[in-house]
Design a protein around this ligand. Structure first.
Ligand code: GEK
Length: 243
């Protein structure tokens, strides 16, 4: 698929509406996420490594909030065990349509079901690897515990959850420093001040970040044992949690 440049917030908008994963966003998504999320490509690469380490034979993998299927493809290319089914879910029709095309064009024969639905409606069963790569942050904070409990219950012992999130910090200096560094990263990737500020406003009610400690404590209270914050760049982290 061609990698179209993200210019969604390049011009001043008279009415700024909340950010949604519509056709316009799906169309430029690879460019948008690469230029906006520090370490995104590295995390996708490591999801392949986690697949090699944690996927068990005769089990299922879940990519929750799959967008165009980047994590699903990383799983597909690195799973070495037999009899695996991948379930990729997103509630944006525009994302799901493009994700299906990407899966169809891929060489791997590992079966993938691409489902258009809310990740909160999906039963989780026999899971050895569950990916929440920058998706939990878009759920109402009050609903996050229930989803993570469902995931935990549906996981095999020894299975892993990869939870990547934009985060915030209790300490104001740390918070402001990381926000400033993230904005510098976006500027270095060609976004203008107008694009950065309009996107910030559009995401304000949609993407609600929590602290790293909140994530770690919630995972621990659910019963995950190893809780390893294996990646951090500014206000973006990824946590490996093992059952
Ligand atoms: C990647 N994981 O490339 N149910 C289903 N999907 C949802 C929900 C929900 N309740 N809320 C949001 N989404 C991907 C990147 S993007 C991250 C994930 C970002 C979907 C939404 O439609 C979008 O496709 C995705 O979660 C978040 O590895 O744009 O910052």
């Amino acid at each position: 698929m061609k990698n179209k440049a993200d210019t969604i917030y390049a011009h001043k908008k008279s009415h700024l509406v909340d950010f949604v994963f519509d056709e316009a966003v799906a169309n430029v998504f690879p460019d948008m996420i690469r230029r906006s999320v520090p370490g995104y490509e590295n995390i996708i690469t490591m999801i392949g490594l986690f697949a090699e380490q944690y996927v068990q034979a005769d089990s299922q993998c879940y990519d929750l909030g799959c967008s165009l299927g980047a994590a699903t493809l990383a799983l597909r290319h690195h799973i070495t065990k037999e009899n695996i089914n991948i379930i990729a879910i997103d509630n944006s029709q525009s994302m799901v349509e493009r994700c299906r095309i990407n899966i169809d064009n891929d060489f791997s024969k590992i079966p993938v079901q691409v489902i258009c639905d809310d990740i909160q409606n999906i039963p989780v069963e026999k899971a050895s690897l569950v990916i929440l790569n920058f998706t939990l942050q878009f759920l109402e904070p009050a609903t996050r515990m229930a989803l993570l409990q469902t995931i935990y219950t549906g996981m095999n012992k020894g299975g892993a959850l990869i939870l990547s999130e934009k985060v915030t910090f209790e300490d104001k200096t740390t918070r402001d420093t990381n926000i400033q560094l993230h904005e510098a990263f976006k500027k270095a990737n060609g976004y203008t001040d107008l694009e950065i500020s309009q996107k910030r406003s559009a995401l304000e009610n949609t993407l609600i970040p929590e602290t790293i400690e909140t994530h770690q404590q919630r995972l621990s209270s659910i019963g995950f044992t190893t809780i390893n914050t294996w990646f951090q760049c500014f206000n973006f982290v990824s946590i490996l949690a093992v059952k």
